[in-house]
Design a protein. Structure first.
Length: 319
C-alpha cells in the first residue's frame, strides 16, 4: 500500500514552523515526512534555508513518523560526515530514516569555492560517495582517493537497522544508472508518459524489486486564483529543466531566469487546483505506477489548510 508524506520545505519556512507542520501532518493522517536540504533558497521570495540535519533530530523526536531527506554528498558535505549523520539519526530512531542521495545543485554546493563539475562528473562523484557511505554504515574502516578523498574513516556509532540509500533522479538516463546501485529511486512528478519512462528505466536496469518514491509539487488553496497566485509567487523559479536547475549558482540567477515565466507555464510542473477531487484524481493516476511513497509538497505558503484538508479528505480515499 502506498504511503503519503508531507514535504517539509526548508527553503520556504523557518525550522520552527516546519516542526509545527510535521506534528500537524502526523495528527491528521500523513504517514511520513519528507525533507528538503538547502543552503540557499531558490528565490528571495522563499527566503529560508534551515539546516535539515539539525531539524531532523528535533522533528523525529517530536513525532513518530518515518522521515527522509535529500542530500548531495561530495562538495558541501563530505561523505564520511553524511554517513555519521545518517548513522546517528538511524541509531536514535530505528527503522524511521531513509536518505535520498543526489548529484546536487550549484545553488547549494558553490559555497565551497570549488569548481562545479559537469553532470557526468557529478554522477561519478555521487556513486563514489554512496559506496563510501555504505561501507562506513557496514562498520568498515575506509580510505579512498578519487573524486573525493577519505583517510582511515570509521564510524563507532552504528544503527542496528541500516537505512536505505535512495538515488534522486529526474531523467530516465539517471534513473537507469541508479537502478544498478541504489536501494531505491525518488523522482519528481512530470507529465505522465515522461514519468513512466523514468520509472521504467529504473526498474529495467536493476531496480525491478526496489522501492520507488515520488515527490508531487502542487498548489492547493481556497480558490483556483489563490492556488495559481501562490504557486507563481513561490515556485516560478523551479519549473526549468534539471540541467538548468543544477547549474545556476545563486537565488539572483533563479529570480532573473524566472522573470519571464508566465502563470500558465506553471501547469506542466505544478498541479494547481482548488479542487480536492482533482488532486485525488492526479494521485490515483500516480498510483498506477506503483509508488511505495508519495510526498506531497504544497508549494504555496498556505500549509495548514493543505495539511488539514488533504489529511482528512484526500488521504483516506487511498487507505
Amino acid at each position: 500500500m502506498t504511503t503519503f508524506a508531507y514535504h517539509a520545505s526548508h527553503e520556504q519556512f523557518r525550522p520552527s514552523e516546519l516542526l509545527r507542520y510535521a506534528a500537524m501532518a502526523e495528527r491528521v493522517g500523513f504517514d511520513a515526512i519528507a525533507s528538503s536540504d538547502h543552503f540557499h533558497p531558490w528565490s528571495h521570495r522563499q527566503g529560508q534555508s534551515g539546516f535539515s540535519f539539525a531539524w531532523l533530530g528535533a522533528a523525529m523526536h517530536a513525532t513518530s513518523l518515518p522521515y527522509s531527506v535529500v542530500c548531495a554528498p561530495g562538495q558541501r558535505y563530505h561523505p564520511a560526515v553524511v554517513a555519521q549523520a545518517i548513522a546517528t539519526l538511524a541509531e536514535m530512531f530505528p527503522g524511521r530514516f531513509d536518505i535520498n542521495l543526489g548529484s546536487g545543485e550549484a545553488l547549494n554546493e558553490n559555497i565551497t569555492g570549488e569548481k562545479w563539475p559537469d553532470k557526468q562528473t557529478r554522477n561519478e562523484r555521487l556513486l563514489e560517495c554512496a559506496e563510501i557511505i555504505r561501507r562506513l554504515l557496514n562498520g568498515e574502516t575506509v580510505s579512498h582517493k578519487g573524486l573525493v578523498t577519505v583517510e582511515t574513516a570509521r564510524l563507532y556509532t552504528l544503527p542496528e537497522q541500516k537505512p536505505r540509500l535512495f538515488c534522486a533522479a529526474v531523467s530516465k538516463e539517471t534513473a537507469a544508472w541508479a537502478g544498478s546501485w541504489a536501494d531505491g529511486l525518488i523522482t519528481v512528478h512530470q507529465p505522465y508518459e515522461e514519468l513512466k519512462k523514468v520509472v521504467d528505466a529504473f526498474r529495467s536496469n536493476g531496480g525491478a524489486d526496489k522501492p520507488v518514491h515520488l515527490k508531487v509539487q502542487l498548489s492547493y488553496a481556497a480558490t483556483a486564483e489563490q492556488a495559481l497566485e501562490g504557486a507563481y509567487e513561490q515556485w516560478r523559479t523551479n519549473i526549468f529543466q534539471g540541467t538548468v536547475l543544477g547549474d545556476m549558482p545563486t537565488p539572483e540567477h533563479f529570480d532573473a531566469a524566472a522573470e519571464f515565466v508566465k502563470r500558465e507555464d506553471l501547469q506542466r510542473m505544478v498541479r494547481v487546483s482548488a479542487s480536492l477531487e482533482e488532486h485525488a484524481e492526479w494521485i490515483k493516476q500516480d498510483l498506477s505506477l506503483g509508488f511505495e511513497r508519495i510526498a506531497l509538497h504544497n508549494v504555496n505558503r498556505e500549509q495548514e489548510a493543505f495539511i488539514s484538508d488533504f489529511g482528512r479528505q484526500v488521504l483516506p480515499r487511498f487507505s
